[in-house]
Design a protein around this ligand. Structure first.
Ligand code: ADP
Length: 377
């Protein structure tokens, strides 16, 4: 294979000086002819080529293309095979294109562009480092705030719980006559103090539970709990509340309930909240006594099912998506008694115990809350 024209092969001194190393036998006739057929042709001039047989030829794809610089400048060179009908390569067409302009343009545009990209990358990296540093500081501040919140919660727990417990136990001692007999009026006053103290204790617990749930730190301490004794106490409290608020009550609590690993305090808080809501929102609709609530316990598929049904004000449609999710949310038909923390806390407690809670409700017809708690959680 041979190139018939190549800018590189042009030697201006060929065959014209007396230096045999510059001689070229271009027409391959065995003789070096300075002024004849061996005179080198410049690209574009007619070039004597040996006669060739006719063949079907086509240009194949560009097989190579290099960009290189040498003594003659910068050149883009490419080769394409010319093949006969059988696919045999019979010649190679080569071409050189001067590429000095290309290099100049590259130098003038690509280099500044690359420099700009480098600058951009560097700026992005510096910005990213700055953002990470600021973020880390923010995380530190949040962690600090979190610790402070924990400290406040612990402080509130101690400062409120202890006095409330003391008030309760002294009021109970006074009521049962341990500290001397009281007149009926005195007994009634102490009972009122005890009720108020119970409400205060429950509210404190509810606020603390809601705050802990919000922080994702509700610590349940499950202990084997005798469900018979537990629900007997729940029933007593429910009957008392229903009586006080002039609401009819029906209880369905089976005998021989098992012992289950529940956190007694939190479980009582959660179920009492559903009970007191049922009574409160029924009394709101029927203050004169036509209201009715039903509470039932059932053991089914290794789970405890608690149901609190009422025919109270019901939950309006627009409130249904919010009552479990939003702290302090109260539907517009919920009257003035309440703070919107109870269901949020109840949900958190039930979920933390591995259980589930849901409800069915229709405004002005009533509500039923369901709680399912696994007995072996
Ligand atoms: P609240 O202290 O307001 O009762 P909760 O968190 O216990 O707070 O309840 C949130 C809201 O859900 C209530 O304000 C009320 O609108 C609605 N709700 C809860 N239980 C009942 C129910 N048994 N009947 C009607 N509405 C209810």
């Amino acid at each position: 294979m041979e190139f018939v024209a190549d800018a590189e092969s042009i030697n201006p001194y060929a065959n014209t000086d007396n230096d045999p190393s510059n001689d070229v036998d271009a027409n391959k006739d065995g003789k070096v002819e300075p002024d004849g057929a061996d005179q080198l042709q410049w690209p574009g001039q007619e070039y004597p080529t040996p006669p060739a047989e006719a063949f079907d030829a086509y240009k194949g794809p560009l097989t190579n293309h290099d960009l290189y610089s040498d003594a003659y400048g910068s050149v883009l060179t490419g080769y394409a095979p010319i093949k006969d009908a059988s696919g045999q390569t019979v010649a190679v067409l080569g071409t050189d294109i001067k590429a000095d302009d290309f290099f100049t343009v590259t130098r003038e545009t690509l280099y500044p562009f690359l420099l700009f990209i480098n600058f951009l990358v560097l700026t992005i990296v510096i910005l990213a480092i700055a953002i990470i540093k600021i973020w880390n500081k923010r995380v530190d501040v949040l962690a600090e705030l979190d610790t402070q919140k924990d400290d406040i919660l612990n402080m509130v727990t101690h400062e409120f719980r202890t006095p409330v417990t003391r008030i309760n136990s002294y009021a109970e001692l006074l009521l049962d006559g341990t500290m001397g007999q009281l007149t009926p009026e005195q007994k009634e006053s102490i009972s009122t103090i005890l009720d108020a103290s119970h409400i205060m204790g429950d509210e404190t617990e509810m606020i603390l539970a809601a705050a802990k749930i919000k922080l994702g730190k509700l610590p349940l301490h499950p202990q084997p709990l005798d469900l018979n004794a537990f629900f007997a106490e729940i029933a007593r409290s429910a009957e008392q509340q229903a009586k006080e608020q002039n609401v009819g009550i029906a209880l369905s609590i089976p005998a021989n309930l098992p012992t289950a690993p529940f956190d007694m305090q939190y479980m009582r808080l959660a179920l009492n909240n559903l009970i007191s809501n049922a009574i409160k929102y029924t009394s709101l609709r029927f203050p004169k006594g036509e209201g009715k609530v039903e509470f039932s316990v059932e053991i089914k598929d290794k789970a405890l099912i608690f149901k609190a049904k009422d025919n109270g004000v019901g939950i309006p449609e627009d409130a249904k998506g919010k009552i479990f999710k939003e702290q302090m949310y109260r539907a517009k038909n919920s009257g003035t008694k309440g703070n919107g923390l109870g269901l949020y806390a109840t949900m958190g407690i039930i979920k933390a115990a591995g259980g589930d809670i849901w409800y069915e409700s229709k405004e002005n017809e009533g509500t039923t809350f369901f709680v399912k708690l696994p007995l072996n959680a």
